[in-house]
Design a protein around this ligand. Structure first.
Ligand SMILES: [Zn+2]
Length: 317
């Protein structure tokens, strides 16, 4: 069952009508301050969103997680929060702390750790089911505010500038191409970005697993290799973007006083929409700060990239 945009819109509107807590945050979205920083061939958007303090300031250490009731488990959810049941094993929900209109959270039905291995097929299937949406994933150490309960999120297309940016020929370089799979990377995009495209989702599932194994060798002490993911399905082509990461938060997050910027980047930020929750941070974000942040959190490893290409060549994907 593919949900057309109007069905999704009516789910979102009906939840807004019956759930005052969601409605208050959605109404606040229209008052948010937005700005933009231009770079060569692309821009970074900035959104000041005070309600997101809950996510950017989230404590995700083991002790803090054990102390709180898991907000993604069905038994702890607000009574008003309804479910769209479109893919076995998952609940599609309206996110009560939205970054944009029609922001969806898609947790697994069972309480299980945030780990995407074995779930890329589901992610691509969701792209197909939720027409007009992009699906994103934050690794347990890369922006997920519930690393103890598996979840994807969904954003209406083009909320983040990413896919429009990737259409710009100056931003992508071909790494590998076969009849079934195309892989590009983005050398001038400030953050390390790998784009996989295929008509058959299984080609992406298999190529992603090869990539996953390579990055896992580089980051053996982590629960999973650090990355954010963003996917879409358009014109019968599936696209999966990997943003390899080396740090959870940039150094300015841990500063105190004037020097601190409370920005904890996840997939939306990597997709080109920086979300800050304190007004005083708005004027601190300059092009140099953005560059420095991506340098600190993004894993820019040429050896990894070429190892991925070599393994695809060997495997003749
Ligand atoms: Zn849970």
């Amino acid at each position: 069952m593919t949900l057309i945009s109007s069905q999704l819109a009516s789910f979102w509107h009906s939840q807004n009508e019956h759930w005052p807590f969601l409605r208050a945050h959605v109404e606040a979205l229209d008052q948010l301050e937005l700005s933009s920083i231009p770079f060569q061939n692309f821009s970074i958007r900035i959104q000041f969103n005070p309600a997101r303090i809950i996510s950017s300031g989230a404590k995700i250490d083991k002790a803090s997680l054990e102390k709180r009731a898991c907000f993604l488990c069905a038994s702890n959810r607000p009574v008003e929060q309804e479910i769209l049941d479109i893919l076995p094993g998952y609940d599609v929900l309206c996110n009560p702390f939205p970054i944009f209109h029609a922001h969806l959270t898609i947790p697994s039905k069972n309480h299980q750790l945030q780990s995407v291995q074995g779930k890329i097929g589901d992610m691509l299937h969701l792209c197909e089911l939720l027409s007009g949406y992009e699906i994103f994933y934050n690794g347990p150490e890369c922006g997920a505010s519930a690393p103890d309960h598996f979840h994807f999120q969904a954003a209406p297309s083009k909320v983040m500038p990413l896919f429009d940016d990737l259409d710009h020929p100056a931003l992508t370089e071909l790494l590998y191409a076969s009849e079934r799979l195309k892989v590009c990377y983005c050398p001038g995009y400030l953050r390390s970005t790998i784009l996989l495209e295929a008509r058959n989702p299984q080609s992406i599932v298999e190529a992603f697993q090869l990539y996953y194994n390579l990055q896992a060798k580089l980051q053996p002490t982590h629960v999973e290799p650090m990355f954010n993911l963003l996917a879409r399905y358009q014109s019968e082509v599936y696209s999966l973007v990997i943003f390899p990461r080396k740090a959870h938060r940039p150094s300015f997050y841990f500063e105190t006083g004037e020097k601190q910027i409370l920005l904890s980047p996840g997939a939306v930020d990597m997709g080109g929409l920086l979300v800050i929750s304190r007004k005083e941070d708005l004027s601190k974000i300059t092009s140099d700060v953005v560059r420095c942040m991506f340098d600190e959190i993004s894993l820019n490893d040429q050896t990894l990239l070429y190892a991925f290409r070599d393994i695809l060549l060997q495997d003749k994907r």
